[in-house]
Design a binder for this molecule. Structure first.
Ligand code: CDP
Length: 715
């Protein structure tokens, strides 16, 4: 209770435009108008309006920071074609960007934000958090949320325009949205589509939108409220395209439907420095470089450091804070701010606050800040040249997170962050030769990831022949077939490849099909452990709740501190115990988290997700009057693990005589990750949620299972 009140209070203060008196909103609007007029895109507003008056598709390229995301929707709002139905959707790859853009645009328009006022014109919708009003005209939403909206209304009838931002990222969701919009435009005339990219490579997009698609059957004309659960999302299989990608040869550039526009960026020069010799230890190298900049560079300006993920960011943060204690008062204070996707919203928003006097912000970020988020005040960039990416591993038949070299185009984007407001410096923690050997561009996600979620998304929206879907880059046929097989194993598709009732339920949950399957299984009367499954899944959706420990001594200390939470059956039940104990804590949760060496921030995120997932399960009538079972109930614990096995039956490894584990799928050796409570223990077989490959193959989020449970799960 205490926590939900807290969350609410925080939200309201975050959504500050909602509480600001109208006169102040207007003052702020007028103040911001000057800076809007300075943006490179301001000069092009007439071109952009004209382009969309005359064409249905606009491909807009322009440097990050040129004003695309904030200005384009505002330029279009008063256009005659935009009056009815009237809304503009702007998709974003990340929650943090969607929320901060909505806040910024609300301020620029002098309107309250989101649900804070019924008169608010700008809102946002991200996974587990929707903030809109009846008057919303511009809605920033994550790609996943737009795909969810398409489940309820495949024709997107409330929108006059859909803006797809950051298409250069080429996530699976972006490619799906482009395919759906491409199809939708053939049957919903007048729908405007703006595709925006930070890179100038518009050729393939142009060809994609120009290529001729076969005519589709008209969707049924029922309104959303008329549609039954079964027929919503199903526009019948008639809208399948017999369309197999495109190439230069087969594209028909009609020219008249597509406009392109390039906005020159405003970029100050950035000096690049490379290492002379390569380094393996990027944390050490970053630490060294950060202090060198901080102590030797008289120029004021904040630092932006690109790291791989939450763990490396947190380790580096700890080190910087320790070393900073040794600095004399002559130096500005170092304000270290982490930025990664799993960070709770309030903490993410801190990076946008102005730097206090006599301080220097040191922002440690994942590739979130590469193009998606513009952080003001940055003059120095430190680039480790690496990022954590999802990659499909054929032998294992699943996605794993790999630390990989970034592409040249990513490296250039990172560098560009230093020259937004003045001349800057970029320190690449790799050699110039290494830079030259990087791939030129990022590989589209459809070519390297598990496609089961994408295929389920398509099936739920009535695409019968997914192999014929118009993809900007068609994924390999085998990958699609593998995804179909996985969905069949999960029971999400029937043997004819049609979506099953279970599949439809899974598609409505904002989870991967495997995690969705866990939830559905847990809701069955036999399993009866939905409340517990939600808690555990909420925990898995946040990167790590246990603070990372790198010393033997620290590990022993953590063992003692977390004693009451650790479960010999494995991580899933340990997470559950942690969530239940945290939620039951009557007073000081921050203190509780510290005492148990758990990240309070991560737990706040878990609570957010838990609340939303519970609401969604209630809405889907999966959760009726269920209550949590008493914590010590062994039978329930076994059922919870069995539910995970139903969703992750492909992620099982059995123990070998020499004590190592071998995966069932692919027969690959895998070790239990040191962060697991099962590290150093043995069981007949293990189930894992994540496969990570660093110096060797590790299973993360692991539980012990019995082989006969696996047989049961697959029956
Ligand atoms: O989309 P693009 O990268 O071209 O630019 P944008 O996101 O529209 O940002 C334009 C400018 O708006 C930035 O340079 C910032 O000055 C400001 N902005 C902001 O203050 N807060 C945000 N959340 C987003 C943008």
């Amino acid at each position: 209770m205490e926590n939900s009140a807290n969350v609410k209070r925080k939200r309201v203060s975050e959504d500050s435009p909602g509480r600001t008196p109208p006169s102040q909103l207007q003052q702020k609007r007028i103040k911001l108008l000057d800076s809007r007029k300075q943006l490179p895109i301001w000069q092009r507003q007439k071109d952009i309006r004209d382009a969309l008056r005359d064409h249905d598709v606009l491909i807009l390229s322009g440097e990050t920071g040129s004003g695309k995301s904030t200005q384009v929707p505002q330029f279009l709002l008063d256009q005659p074609w935009c009056r009815f139905p009237g809304k503009i959707a702007v998709t974003q790859p990340r929650r943090v960007a969607a929320i901060s853009l909505a806040r910024r645009v609300a301020e620029e328009m002098g309107t309250p934000l989101g649900s804070s006022s019924p008169a608010s014109k700008v809102g946002y919708s991200v996974r587990f958090d929707e903030s809109t009003s009846p008057s919303t005209r511009i809605k920033f939403l994550t790609e996943g949320m737009l795909l969810q909206e398409m489940l309820r209304d495949a024709s997107l009838r409330q929108y006059s325009c859909v803006v797809v931002d950051e298409v250069h990222e080429r996530s699976v969701n972006i490619d799906l949205i482009l395919g759906f919009l491409r199809q939708l435009q053939t049957r919903r005339k007048g729908l405007k589509v703006v595709v925006m990219s930070a890179t100038a490579d518009v050729g393939s997009l142009r060809r994609f939108f120009a290529a001729r698609l076969p005519e589709y059957a008209q969707p049924d004309q029922k309104t959303t409220s008329d549609r039954s659960q079964e027929d919503d999302a199903l526009e019948t299989d008639a809208n399948d395209a017999s369309w197999h990608g495109f190439s230069d040869e087969d594209s028909h550039d009609s020219g008249s439907d597509i406009a392109t526009c390039h906005v020159e960026g405003r970029q100050y020069p950035v000096v690049t420095q490379y290492l002379d010799t390569p380094t393996e230890d990027t944390i050490e190298a970053s630490l060294h470089r950060i202090f060198q900049i901080h102590c030797k560079e008289p120029t004021p300006g904040d630092l932006l450091v690109f790291m791989t993920g939450q763990e490396t960011i947190q380790s580096l943060q700890k080190l910087i804070e320790e070393y900073a204690l040794g600095l004399t008062a002559d130096y500005p204070r170092m304000l270290v701010l982490p930025l990664f996707a799993a960070l709770p919203q309030a903490a993410q928003q801190q990076i946008f606050q102005p730097t206090p006097r006599n301080s220097r912000k040191v922002i440690l970020t994942t590739n979130i800040a590469e193009t998606s988020v513009t952080v003001p005040g940055v003059r120095f960039v430190v680039d480790t040249g690496k990022a954590k990416v999802k990659q499909f591993r054929n032998r294992l038949g699943l996605d794993s997170l790999l630390v990989k070299q970034i592409s040249q185009s990513s490296a250039d984007q990172r560098k560009g962050r230093a020259g937004r407001e003045a001349a800057g410096q970029c320190y690449r923690l790799y050699t110039e030769e290494a830079y030259k050997s990087l791939d030129k561009d990022n590989t589209p996600e459809v070519l390297r990831c598990d496609l089961s979620q994408a295929v389920l998304t398509m099936k739920a929206r009535g695409v019968g022949d997914v192999l014929a879907f118009p993809f900007l880059t068609p994924p390999p046929k085998e990958a699609m077939e593998k995804a179909l097989l996985q969905l069949l194993e999960l029971g999400a598709l029937d043997e004819h490849g049609k979506i099953s009732p279970i599949g439809r339920k899974i598609a409505r949950l904002p989870l991967t099909p495997a995690l969705g399957r866990v939830i559905i299984e847990a809701a069955t009367p036999e399993m009866d452990c939905l409340v517990e499954a939600i808690d555990t899944v909420a925990c898995l959706s946040v990167e790590h709740i246990f603070l990372a420990i790198d010393t033997e001594e620290g590990r022993e200390k953590a063992q003692v501190a977390r004693r009451q939470l650790l479960r010999r059956q494995g991580d899933h039940l340990t997470y559950l115990a942690a969530v239940q104990a945290y939620a039951a804590e009557p007073s000081d949760r921050r203190r509780w988290a510290e005492d148990h060496m758990i990240s309070h921030r991560a737990m706040q995120s878990v609570m957010d997700v838990r609340k939303q997932l519970t609401a969604q399960c209630r809405q889907a009538k999966l959760l009726q009057k269920q209550e949590a079972h008493p914590a010590a109930d062994e039978a329930t614990q076994e059922r919870i693990v069995k539910c995970f096995l139903r969703g992750f039956s492909a992620n099982v490894a059995r123990v070998c005589p020499d004590g190592s584990y071998k995966t069932f799928a692919g027969n690959q050796t895998v070790a239990i990750h040191p962060s697991s409570v099962l590290f150093g223990r043995k069981g007949e077989a293990i189930l894992y949620n994540q496969f990570v490959y660093t110096n060797k193959a590790y299973a993360r989020d692991v539980s012990v299972v019995q082989l006969r449970w696996l047989e049961e799960a697959l029956q």
